[in-house]
Design a protein around this ligand. Structure first.
Ligand code: ADP
Ligand code: MG
Length: 253
């Protein structure tokens, strides 16, 4: 039985006279790795911008886990559990990997008067945060780098740290815009394998835009295809790649 975590219904968005999205609908099923593809300028990033609250749609509705999030500001959508990797504050270059994880942990008791009186509460919170951070770092195979400054990480490790910070912040739907752009093929495969593991073992739902279809399509459950501001096809990867409309959209430019 289909179980949509994210439902986009008939959204429209224009910039001045330019119609970037003309009535687009999309469903992201819970616990899937879903990919959004399409030629340059087809409206992929605009759609993601509507889902994450960067822009408000002119028309249409967006539901996350049954909650209407249409037009909510980005921080509220984030708080509900939708994280876009580059939306999370960039890792602090001079902080260590572990510190970068700890600073996004929600429920920080703060340095308020009461918590200053209750140091034991602080300690418990700290222990819990450190434990969670190490569990995630281990999962992402970054635990051996815990004391490394973020600026010393490779590009691929930095992307993994961004994913770790999204999880640390409590994300349930992770949205990524081209996670393997500019990454070497070996690491690109590793990143997609990690995304699948996150789906299977951390119960995460993932929506990603990607251009490198040769790599990405081997790993995803479901594909949405956009062209010129509309959704032209969707389905399993093997069906979508042989779809006439999709081939035409890519070849016709
Ligand atoms: N903030 C904006 N202002 C004006 N036009 C925009 C803006 N954002 C996107 N567009 C236009 O909307 C269309 C879709 O862009 P975009 O969503 O970035 O496509 P994609 O991510 O598929 O390459 C393009 O024609 C782009 O120029
Ligand atoms: Mg884009």
């Amino acid at each position: 039985m289909p179980d949509s975590m994210l439902k986009v219904r008939d959204v429209t968005k224009s910039f001045g006279g330019l119609v970037a999205l003309a009535g687009v609908s999309m469903d992201v099923q819970r616990n899937t790795l879903t990919i959004l593809i399409g030629p340059n300028g087809s409206g992929k990033t605009t759609l993601i911008n509507l889902v994450t609250g960067v822009y408000k749609p002119d028309r249409g509705k967006i539901l996350f886990d049954g909650t209407d999030i249409t037009g909510l500001p980005p921080h509220e959508i984030f708080r509900l559990g939708v994280a876009r990797t580059f939306q999370i504050p960039q890792p602090f270059r001079k902080l260590t990997v572990l510190e970068n994880m700890l600073v996004v942990y929600p429920g920080n008791p703060g340095e308020g008067f009461l918590s200053a009186l209750r140091r034991s509460g602080w300690r418990r919170f700290e222990e819990e945060a450190v434990e969670r951070a190490f569990e995630l770092l281990e999962f992402l195979k970054l635990d051996h780098l815990w004391n490394q400054e973020a600026e010393k990480l490779s590009g691929g490790q930095m992307k993994l740290l961004e994913v770790g910070r999204a999880l640390m912040a409590g994300a349930r739907l992770l949205i990524m815009d081209e996670p393997i752009a500019g990454v070497n093929p070996v690491l690109a495969h590793e990143i997609f394998k990690t995304l699948r593991k996150l789906r299977d073992e951390k119960n995460l739902t993932i929506l990603t835009i990607e251009h490198r279809l040769d790599i990405a399509l081997r790993y995803v459950d479901y594909v949405y295809v956009m062209a010129a501001g509309t959704m032209i096809a969707s389905g399993r990867p093997e069906d979508v790649v042989s779809d006439r409309r999709v081939i035409d959209a890519y070849l016709g430019g």
